[in-house]
Ligand binder design. Structure first.
Ligand code: ZN
Length: 144
């Protein structure tokens, strides 16, 4: 059964990220600086290189791979919640190369920004805290 809450939209942040910075770290830092504990993230732009994770459902572990070339961010979608009391951005990204071939997965540290425009929607609502989920071994939201 799906578990969810009704939440209210608060502030919206819209801007651009720093050239040469780490994409996931930048987004996380903005959330920390603005005390955003619950929210939605979207972005587009380009990266110099990417590091992406794929969760092996059998082995219950992430495999990470790097794509060491310029890529367009055709989509980045994510959410903001809490892990160990700190804001954490969970984002998935789709990237395209010079020929339009697309790659995607779980955004990992090591994805370096060329240019990036972002929107972060901050929400008011109950705390969404991540903790180890027994079934998947993923740090999912603890909800009843
Ligand atoms: Zn993920």
């Amino acid at each position: 059964m799906a578990v969810y809450n009704q939440i209210k939209a608060d502030a919206i942040l819209m801007g651009k990220l720093k050239h040469d910075a780490d994409l996931l770290e930048e987004l996380t830092e903005i959330c920390k600086q603005n005390k955003i504990q619950l929210g939605r993230v979207e972005a587009l732009g380009a990266v110099k290189k990417a590091r992406i994770g794929f969760y092996d459902q059998q082995k219950k572990e992430y495999n990470f791979f790097e794509i060491d070339k310029p890529l367009e961010i055709t989509n980045l979608i994510g959410n903001v919640s809490l892990k160990d009391g700190e804001p954490i951005v969970h984002a998935h990204i789709t990237l395209a190369d010079a020929k339009g071939n697309a790659f995607g997965g779980h955004l990992a540290p090591g994805t370096i920004i060329f240019a990036c425009e972002f929107i972060i929607n901050s929400y008011e609502g109950p705390e969404y805290c991540r903790g180890l989920d027994q079934q998947t071994h993923l740090p999912l939201w603890k909800m009843e």
